[in-house]
Design a protein. Structure first.
Length: 533
């Protein structure tokens, strides 16, 4: 079996994608043959580097063209190239990961090509919803295609074991209609990822190109835990508000050891927060200590909740290589934080940020503007918070509010004074039940006001590119010298721009998306990117 990460010509990342490695781990855990992992994003970047061009970045490749009854000649030629890069054998099983819309056309072209060779194909990834899956299956009308919606840990195992059965959490065209498999088991612990067979040399080459660094560095995500959260944030897709079961910190040690043994020295400890509880974080530090204490060259970043912890806790994290923490602060207004059900105390947030900065850790905070019911007073409180704590805030990401599916706001809109109108590509349009109009221009003015204040305070946005930020931190002996070096080499990270705009400047490609296109709606570009152009 081949497991493929579909290309997009924009999401060029110098570290292996997580999704395929988790599916590979699920197959391994089930005692099934290990698949071959292929990052087509990386392969096409390498082709471009060697002077080859494809239609992917031309603007002429679109999902509709890949789905035409007879694929146009240029799309068919491109599909043949993808199959050749995969070394896809006749009748060989193929899984394709699609995380965003920009990957869709390539995934569909490769699917069509694989079907011609008698292959079974399973598509999955964050892009897919029940409706998008039905649309594609209804067009292809081929029972050899399966589409999984949601986590694919169970689905990929079902699919590998029984060709005739529709996997759990999946859809397939059968006897003239789209049919669904059984529901998934629900909240399950994910498998340990497997990066066996990763082509590290190509990732190192991309990293040198992306970061202008002659040093060859291996970067990767350490999958800690995800999709579960014991907190209650109303706008979050994974919050449960209950004491969900998390994997023991000790169970992650083999994954950490495998990355260290593979020579990875820059990591993202990938999780909703590394401290679902203080005791959990302390157990994780205790479990990871015997490994990380022997590798002072390893640096990593992660998300943490700014909850009560001791200065010694942050010193311990820094001693084990933590160089950057991203904090989901969202607002400096206590009343707005309470309405979001963040379960924070702003005085504690400030104290923790100061303790982290004292430990030589870079603090990046997320701010959410445009949350329903936000007032000018709330924004003023946020401005006051960042002003009072400017010396310990080293980076900010401003996120305009949109209403995602699978959140408390979607499940109980009336409780929060909202009325849902229409579900679009990854978000809901909505209105307030009290009749107060939603005004995106007001939110944009607030965003720009906060952005100007941050610039005036000398606070930039480097954490929007966390691996770039981490790379700078790992090259210097301390945080402040790294910030100075990064500001000298990448001054655009200290200018007013949307996260997508900053990524576009980093990748040196044109990006139309601006604040006005992301307020109350989900932007299409949501990962660190580097274009071929």
């Amino acid at each position: 079996m081949k497991l493929v990460y579909a290309p997009s010509a924009r999401r060029m990342i110098p570290y292996p994608p997580v999704g395929p490695s988790l599916l590979s781990g699920a197959l391994q855990q089930a005692g099934l043959p290990q698949p071959v992992l292929i990052d087509l994003e990386l392969r096409l970047w390498d082709l471009h580097r060697r002077g080859h061009t494809t239609i992917l970045g031309s603007g002429t490749l679109a999902p509709g063209r890949a789905l035409e009854t007879r694929m146009p000649a240029d799309v068919e030629s491109y599909a043949n190239l993808l199959a050749a890069e995969c070394k896809l054998g006749h009748g060989e099983d193929l899984g394709i990961s699609v995380m965003g819309y920009e990957q869709l056309a390539s995934a569909l072209a490769l699917t069509r090509r694989a079907l011609q060779d008698g292959s079974r194909v399973i598509l999955g990834g964050q892009f897919w919803s029940s409706q998008t899956a039905r649309d594609v299956l209804g067009t292809l009308q081929d029972s050899s295609v399966t589409i999984t919606v949601g986590d694919g840990f169970e689905s990929i195992v079902d699919w590998a074991r029984a060709a005739s059965e529709i996997p759990r959490g999946s859809l397939r065209w059968v006897s003239g209609e789209v049919r669904e498999g059984a529901s998934t088991a629900g909240k399950v612990l994910p498998p340990l990822p497997s990066l066996a067979g990763t082509d590290w040399a190509l990732y190192e080459a991309l990293g040198r190109h992306a970061y202008g660094d002659r040093t060859s560095v291996r970067r990767a995500h350490l999958y800690v835990w995800d999709k579960l959260c014991p907190y209650r944030c109303t706008f979050c897709r994974v919050s449960s508000g209950s004491k969900v079961r998390l994997g023991d910190p000790e169970s992650i040690v083999p994954s950490l050891r495998s990355l260290v043994d593979a020579g990875v020295t820059q990591m993202n400890f990938m999780t909703n927060e590394l401290n679902p509880s203080l005791s959990y974080m302390r157990r994780l530090v205790q479990s990871f200590g015997p490994i990380l204490s022997n590798y002072p060259e390893i640096g990593w970043f992660t998300y943490l909740r700014p909850d009560a912890m001791d200065e010694e806790d942050l010193v311990a994290l820094r001693r084990l290589g933590c160089r950057l923490i991203r904090w989901g602060v969202e607002t400096g207004s206590q009343s707005l934080s309470d309405r979001m059900q963040k379960d924070y105390h702003m005085s504690t947030v400030a104290r923790v940020l100061h303790a982290a900065a004292k430990a030589d850790i870079a603090n990046h905070i997320n701010l959410l503007l445009g949350y329903p019911g936000e007032t000018d007073d709330d924004v003023n409180e946020t401005l006051r918070f960042v002003t009072e704590n400017a010396s310990v805030i080293h980076s900010v990401r401003i996120n305009p509010f949109y209403l995602p599916p699978g959140t408390k706001l979607e499940r109980e809109p009336q409780r929060f004074g909202l009325r849902l109108l229409e579900f679009k590509s990854g978000y809901w349009t909505f209105e307030r039940e009290d009749g107060v109009a939603l005004d995106a221009s007001v939110v944009q003015q607030r965003i720009e006001r906060v952005g100007r204040r941050l610039i005036d305070l000398g606070i930039g946005f480097a954490g929007v590119l966390p691996f770039e930020f981490l790379n700078a931190l790992c090259r210097e002996s301390n945080r402040d010298s790294a910030l100075a070096a990064l500001r000298a080499s990448q001054p655009f990270l200290w200018t007013e721009a949307s996260p997508d705009g900053l990524k576009a400047q980093f990748g040196k490609y044109k990006m139309k998306t601006d604040w006005s296109e992301t307020i109350f709606q989900r932007g299409r570009n949501y990962q660190t990117v580097l274009c071929n152009d």
